[in-house]
Design a protein around this ligand. Structure first.
Ligand code: DGL
Length: 264
């Protein structure tokens, strides 16, 4: 069996990370799990997100899905719950966090923006990340859950609501001198070209997708996970609420609150 990588998000945002991982590691087996019943995670409490991730671990365990690497492709879940769930599992868990460090490194104006969900912006994890990596660079925070809705709609209908996007960006009033904007939500790369056009390509947009793919690649070699040459398993999608998408077939599942047996 090839290494099994499960990518998790509240919705379809994690597919932007999945794409980067698949491009780098084409021979792994993949599954994708979206907890869309509670979308957006940006409006959930930290405890609710921790409970959902623990329930996800129980689901993986109860189905014996043999997940080797679980990628929490959601900045909101990673910044608020990753450390809390690690003790409950032997699975390698990889999180995504906003790309503050590389953004500060390339900013010429020394003023960057973080565009994320309100929960990511409020989290202690994000505050620590900024204070550790932003020396000499000002970081302004901009929060939106409407952008998550716009990205979801674009993915499912292939139609971008440009007027709604322009309204959100105009209301955010991103400071003029900002030259790098961190896309600190995995949904936002789906809107990257539209956001870039809105700012007339004046702002560099940066996300964590490629860095996560590299992290997964190094974890595979570090842990000695292997690949088989036979036929690859098709990508399996799980969702906690029905979705309307013409091409995607998903298995609908229910997450029930419980504490995983794990190794805690
Ligand atoms: N995609 C998620 C993230 O990276 C959050 C979207 C949501 O609020 O559910 O933060």
């Amino acid at each position: 069996m090839s290494v099994h990588i499960m990518v998790f998000d509240s919705g379809i945002g994690g597919t932007t990370v999945l794409e980067q991982i698949q491009a780098l590691i084409p021979n792994a087996d993949y599954s994708y799990f979206m907890d869309n019943a509670l979308l957006p995670y940006g409006s959930q409490s930290q405890q609710t997100i921790i409970d959902r991730l623990l329930a996800l671990l129980c689901f993986i365990e109860s189905r014996a899905l043999q997940v080797d690497i679980l990628v929490i492709a959601c900045n909101t879940a990673s910044t608020s719950a990753l450390e809390a769930i690690r003790p409950y599992t032997n699975i390698e868990v990889v999180g995504v966090v906003p790309a503050i460090k590389p953004a500060c490194a390339i900013s010429k104006s020394k003023h960057i923006g973080l565009l994320a969900t309100p929960s990511t912006n409020k989290s202690r994890y994000t505050a620590n990340l900024i204070s550790t990596h932003s020396q000499g660079t000002r970081v302004s925070l901009y929060g939106s859950t409407t952008l998550v809705e716009i990205a979801e709609a674009l993915f499912h209908t292939q139609i971008l609501n440009e007027a709604k996007l322009a309204k959100v960006l105009s209301d955010l009033a991103i400071a003029e001198e900002i030259d790098v904007l961190v896309l600190g939500c995995t949904h936002f790369p789906l809107l990257a070209s539209a956001i870039s056009n809105y700012y007339k390509q004046r702002i560099i947009l940066i996300d964590s997708g490629k860095a996560i793919a590299k992290r997964v690649e190094s974890l595979i070699s570090l842990r000695g996970f292997t690949f088989t040459t036979g036929k690859k398993k098709p990508l399996h999608y799980y969702a906690t609420a029905p979705i309307c998408h013409s091409q995607l077939s998903v298995e609908l599942i229910t997450l029930t609150d419980q504490i995983p047996r794990g190794n805690h």
